[in-house]
Design a protein around this ligand. Structure first.
Ligand SMILES: C[S@@+](CC[C@H](N)C(=O)[O-])C[C@H]1O[C@@H](n2cnc3c(N)ncnc32)[C@H](O)[C@@H]1O
Length: 280
């Protein structure tokens, strides 16, 4: 189970396939390898860590603020026999200690707040080993001043769905990353991918309208109906956007990153998983 933008390699994938491709795209971009330690900030139900453990036998830590997510994530991990590989913690990212070879944050930094952005990236920098790689995947404002999105879209979300959410412009993200000691090495705009994700979520939502009303009540049903369709529209209109930003510690000498971006499309995940003899 995943609650973030999917990745459509061809555009005609179903949602589950596109979500799996999103995770694989990220794991390929961070050049995850057997033996690495992986931290997933805002891990949701643990899907990225589960895939990383299954494909690479990688040990991971995931933090979430949601007790329900933590419980279900641990249950899913136990069902797959991965308990010794993945540690799900009910913990604020600011309280994480230690060092990790790879760090991912997917759909989480929207909750950080503009004034905390620099300390958020500084925390990632402090948790990353010297030659480590981190990936921040999140929604951005397309307002150059990182202000409200147009036509009350932000106001509706603030009042009914995500109180205290704030979206930075990509420019502010890169500036604060740099100030916090991180160098962006790769930036990919996935705005249309999130529009498509929201359209597919909306379709699923409509299909299951009656059971959702029973589960969540008429009022919440109507709020989320507007929210999902409105987000699809906002991404389509470029009122909001979504960027994956790969980063390393700033000022490093030539590191382990290849000269070209070809490795991001070279099916390295599939090769690695077939080659691994210790995958749990
Ligand atoms: C939109 S969900 C994304 C979940 C997951 N990464 C995915 O792609 O499905 C945001 C996640 O960030 C977590 N989160 C928000 N603020 C956090 C904080 N201060 N510390 C740790 N996790 C946080 C939430 O608990 C939730 O798991």
């Amino acid at each position: 189970m995943v609650y973030s933008c999917a990745y459509f390699e061809h555009g005609n994938e179903d949602l589950a396939t596109a979500q799996e491709k999103k995770i694989d795209h990220i794991l390929t971009k961070i050049r995850l390898q057997r033996g690495h330690t992986l931290l997933d900030i805002g891990c949701g139900w643990g899907a990225l860590l589960i895939r990383a453990a299954e494909k690479f036998g990688v040990r991971g830590v995931g933090v979430t603020l949601s007790p329900n997510q933590a419980t279900l994530a641990r249950q899913l991990i136990a069902e797959k026999g991965l308990t010794e590989y993945i540690d799900i913690r009910l913990q604020d990212y600011r309280d994480i200690q230690g060092k990790f070879d790879r760090i991912t944050s997917v759909g989480m930094f929207e909750h950080v707040g503009l004034r905390n952005l620099r300390s958020y990236f500084a925390k990632i920098d402090s948790l990353l080993v010297n030659d480590g790689i981190a990936m921040n995947h999140g929604i951005t404002s397309t307002d150059a001043e990182s202000g409200e999105t147009p036509y009350g879209n932000g106001e509706f979300i603030e009042q009914f769905v995500f109180p205290n959410g704030e979206l930075p412009h990509l420019g502010l993200v890169l500036k604060t990353m740099q100030e916090a000691g991180l160098e962006a090495f790769d930036i990919e705009n996935l705005r249309h991918h999130y529009a498509r994700t929201c359209e597919l979520w909306t379709n699923n939502f409509e299909e299951h309208a009656e059971s959702i009303k029973l589960l969540a009540g008429e009022r919440r049903y109507r709020i989320w109906r507007v929210y999902l369709a409105g987000c699809a529209y906002a991404f389509n209109k470029d009122w909001i956007s979504l960027y994956q930003i790969g980063c390393v510690k700033a000022g490093r000498q030539r590191n382990s990153l290849p000269w070209s971006r070809q490795y991001m499309y070279s099916q390295s995940i599939a090769v690695d998983s077939r080659a691994s003899d210790q995958t749990p």
